[in-house]
Design a protein around this ligand. Structure first.
Ligand SMILES: [Zn+2]
Ligand SMILES: [Zn+2]
Ligand SMILES: [Zn+2]
Length: 277
């Protein structure tokens, strides 16, 4: 990373438009909760907060809806939250649980009048071009909308602008061999799928109001923070409020949340937060 930390600290977004909102589309681990075939207390719970689809958020901005990741549950998530249109997508990484709903964006170019812009790193683009090869075929389409129209905006670790806001990538590790991005928009940061946030990236989180962070379960895991590790990061960053996400069936919402520090919450599907300045 080349950016000096004082530049990053001054990033907090003068440009976060008032009235903007973050909606949690999904807050579950890669297999979702309930997980298929499981009859544990959480998977069979009546508490809707224990029903966790695969992870994504949408940031509703005056200039449009900014989606972060396209999980396999995307269509039902957008219907549930009454999000009629997505104007741009950011990708944290290319794991299946964050990517395999991309085809659900197929209707949107008709209303946008152009391809859906995907903001992602080079290796994520490579994976998308491979998995969705039919969207990039040279063949003449059989009919309009037969394949998704997608365009790429390659991002690096530098801040960029989309839909009128500045987005700062937060480079993180997701296990020993895999790098992912969190994103900061003004006073809000979204850091899922990580078990290590390097010191330079912690600096990029300084002064954040609301931090969303991966916390899979209580037990340790090779590629995700557990609750204890997530709380350590929260303690270091000192946000006003923190929300745990990418949660598996080990955490019963109603039991675990009261045990957390006062400013730490479990995220749940459908949770809406104002986008902090
Ligand atoms: Zn994931
Ligand atoms: Zn279960
Ligand atoms: Zn992942």
């Amino acid at each position: 990373m080349t950016r000096p930390s004082n530049r990053t600290e001054s990033t907090p977004s003068a440009n976060t438009p008032p009235g903007s909102e973050v909606i949690f589309l999904g807050t579950g681990t890669s297999v979702g909760v309930p997980s298929l075939g499981c009859e544990c207390a959480v998977c069979t719970s009546d508490d809707p907060r224990n029903n966790r689809t695969r992870c994504a958020i949408v940031v509703r901005l005056p200039e449009g809806n900014l989606l972060v990741d396209t999980p396999p549950d995307l269509r039902t998530q957008l219907l549930r939250e009454k999000i009629p249109l997505v104007h741009a997508v950011l990708f944290t990484h290319e794991h299946v649980d964050h990517l395999y709903g991309l085809d659900d964006l197929r209707l949107f170019p008709f209303r946008l009048g152009h391809a859906v812009p995907l903001y992602c790193e080079h290796h994520v683009e490579a994976r998308i071009r491979m998995v969705y090869d039919y969207a990039f075929s040279d063949r003449v389409p059989t009919h309009p909308g037969s394949a998704p129209q997608l365009s790429f905006e390659q991002i690096t670790h530098d801040s960029f602008e989309v839909l009128g806001v500045e987005v700062t990538p937060i480079p993180m590790q997701h296990g020993p061999h895999f790098n992912v991005l969190g994103f900061r928009i003004g006073g809000f940061a979204y850091c899922t799928d990580t078990n290590h946030i390097p010191a330079d990236s912690i600096e990029r989180l300084r002064g954040v109001d609301t931090l969303v962070i991966d916390a899979l379960r209580f037990k340790s895991h090779p590629t995700h923070f557990n609750v204890e590790e997530a709380l350590e990061v929260i303690n270091e960053v000192q946000p006003r409020a923190a929300y745990l996400t990418h949660i598996c069936h080990d955490l019963d919402h109603g039991i675990v949340e009261p045990q957390l520090p006062d400013n730490v919450y479990l995220a749940y599907d459908g949770l809406r937060l104002p986008l902090p300045q």
